[in-house]
Design a protein around this ligand. Structure first.
Ligand code: EPU
Length: 343
């Protein structure tokens, strides 16, 4: 198995901060995973393409970076089954499907990262979530050294959540993701930025429109280092939402099941006066306040400090606690940003 000591992660984290891994493993087959599981590693982090990770310290834990490639298509009467290996690039995979007339993922175009990272946080955008099309996740379990098939219903998918992020964290890794795309398809134009398209729009039209919206709203991580939305949109009880809405009638909100309402974290941060705020070379993006940008090669600590500052300001003004969506990795492993700060 490919193994590199003192491996710099600067080029493979989208905040573009320097952090050195004492050792990085690059498994590319099941035998490599078996070898890895016998090493008894106590602390490590599994890195995809590094688009949703904040490396807080100059040293990272041991890194496992899977290198599983390949896409298989299985045409069935009423659906197309596509199995993509974990290390395929997500956006290229979306393009691959759309080019072949396999529709469904067009609203999820241009999301940076790998296929294997997609189920972990159940990526979602413009009215579609990965969970809608994910049929099965193939998982390698370190303890039993076996491959386990997690069917959709067992993946615990919810808004930016899955069992891979919580219960199964560090217990194994995703090898591939299998999707089921029904042949009967209609464009999902529910998002405000897509409702100008005609109902007859093709999946390619939708994909191109999504790319345009993303390029107009979100900073390009290759030009302005960032990790997309830094926080999740908070979901609050209906009664709390009513009280807030009466004070702030223009607050964007999205009703959910179970008497809850999702509110826009970007709006809260903007209302807290932080849109465009900059400190220590790090800032809140001018167009989308939910995105933290590393403008001047700041360190991971500076980015973490700004995130915690934003969180405190929103807490003070709205009594709402923002939960990071981006995963914070320290030299000893992954921690909740606030827990680490407190102890
Ligand atoms: N808003 C503001 N100020 C801001 C940003 C947003 O007032 O600075 C308002 C917008 O005007 C809108 C609402 O907040 O009324 C929601 O904004 P937007 O449609 O831009 O989406 P978002 O909720 O901020 C989420 C996802 C994005 C995804 C978009 C589109 C999360 C955490 N983020 O952002 O995903 O692209 O919806 O579906 O759910 C990501 O996860 O990295 C990501 C970019």
């Amino acid at each position: 198995m490919k193994t590199i000591s003192n491996f710099s992660l600067k080029k493979i984290n989208s905040f573009n901060v320097e952090s050195i891994a004492p050792i990085a493993y690059f498994p590319s087959c099941i035998d490599d995973l078996i070898t890895l599981s016998t090493l008894g590693l106590s602390s490590f982090y599994i890195l995809g393409e590094g688009f949703n990770t904040l490396l807080v310290e100059n040293e990272s834990p041991i890194i496992i970076k899977p290198e599983f490639k390949g896409i298989e298509i299985d045409e069935q009467a009423d659906c197309t089954i596509v199995k993509a290996a974990a290390s395929e690039n997500w956006h290229e995979f979306v393009g691959f499907c759309i080019e072949r007339g396999i529709n469904g993922l067009e609203n999820l175009a241009l999301i940076p990262g790998s296929v294997g990272a997609a189920p972990v946080q159940n990526i979602g955008a413009y009215g579609v979530e990965l969970a809608q099309y994910c049929q099965e996740v193939l998982w390698f379990d370190f303890e039993t050294q076996s491959v386990i098939q997690y069917q959709h219903k067992d993946c615990g998918f919810a808004y930016r959540e899955s069992i891979f992020k919580k219960k199964l964290k560090n217990k194994g890794l995703i090898i591939s993701v299998t999707f089921c795309f029904p042949k009967k398809w209609s464009a999902n134009l529910s998002y405000a930025g897509l409702d100008h398209l005609p109902a007859s729009a093709s999946s390619k039209d939708v994909m191109n429109a999504v790319i345009k919206v993303r390029q107009s709203k979100l900073p390009d991580p290759y030009k302005l280092p960032n990790a997309g939305s830094f926080f999740k949109n908070p979901v609050i009880e209906y009664e709390r939402w009513q009280a807030l809405k009466s004070k702030h009638p223009t607050m964007p909100s999205y009703p959910q099941a179970d008497n809850k309402v999702k509110i826009a974290a970007g709006w809260l941060i903007e209302q807290a006066g932080l849109k465009g705020y900059k400190v220590n070379g790090v800032g809140v993006h001018e167009k989308q306040a939910l995105v933290i940008v590393n403008y001047e090669a700041a360190s991971g600590k500076h980015i973490a400090d700004l995130a915690l500052y934003i969180r405190r300001q929103v807490e003070e003004q709205f009594n709402i606690t923002l939960e990071p969506e981006v995963r914070a990795v320290f030299s000893k492993g992954e921690y909740n940003l606030t827990e680490y700060k407190n102890g």
